[in-house]
Design a protein around this ligand. Sequence first.
Ligand SMILES: [Zn+2]
Length: 390
Amino acid sequence: MLLRIPYTTPLPSFPAIPTTATSLQTAITAVSNFLLNTRSTLVLSGAGISVASGLPDYRGPQGTYTLNKEYRPIFYGDFVHKDAMRRRYWARSFLGWKGVERVRPNKAHVAVGRLWEGGWIGGAITQNVDSLHTMSHPDMPITNLHGLLSTVLCLTCHTHSERSPFQKELHRLNPTWSEFLEKMRSTPDMPIKRGPDGDIEVPGVKYENFRYPPCQTCLKNSIFHGMIRIDNDGAMGRIEGDGNVPGIVKPTLVFFGENLRDEIKKEAEGKVDAADSVLVIGSSLATYSAWRLVKRAKDQGKKVAIVNLGGVRGEDAFWDDGEGKVAAKYRLGDGTDGVRVEFDAGDVLEGALNILERIDGKRANRKVPLNSLGANRRDIELREIEMYGP
Ligand SMILES: [Zn+2]
């Protein structure tokens, strides 16, 4: 399955489900009802929840696609085959890395971790490449659907390593850029554009002289002798023509035009299959890889709740009564059967946690982790709480 460039324009808003959930308080109640009446909820998070941490999202009002119409993310094929594109990618990524490293989890990440600790959710999948869920709750198992910025891998020998030492190498190989980076950081009004993957665009800067190293494991491997050319400092030599040589290092995040790794795809599908419900937070599901997971859950008759500022791809189909209208059980329900609200996910989850901890806090045996669902599943008495007035 290829990761394709998703819709770049904002999707239209959707009426609240249930129809009473138009205020933050009623949205919180609806989400609480949803979580109180599920046994093992899978959370699927997207860029929207990291906006409060200072990372731009793609399609929101402040999203990269909205503010910077020229923004085009890098394509996998270009990165693999074009030396010049790799120089461009690593230069922009080099400039943006400090900003990525500094980013910290916000209340949405904290709330997801607390929901997991409390047993109100069974696990999580994220489309985000920022590691913020793991930073917030290192013990919570998470499927990083689109990989991570914080690790790099060799496309030939598949050696994984941390990004930070790689960044040090980039500093060493690019002293002029290193100085420029310092200058950039001490000049806050420099006209830079920050991308959602932590890259930075500086108008007028030429990228072709940026240098990057090849994979050190492949470089030492006699099989590739003579196939990886390096300069005196150990940087990859300039490659004319097809640049697909052994030892190319790439961040583990999935580029557009790149296939999702099979084991990640299977892991994500396994979590959907094991869950009895899905809670989407901060995602418009514009990328197919995320949308199809929710579709899969829906096709299995599972319950879905969506908390996202702005529209969601093809969501009419999730709530349809067969005649093109939102089904009455969703519209007129209390959130138990499904929720669709447009509020900040951090606000909603924090509010829901307060309710859950108050009325459901002692139910430690509620926890049904997705990787062992079926083995220790308990018959849990489900209950509903009163809706607050609209
Ligand atoms: Zn290698």
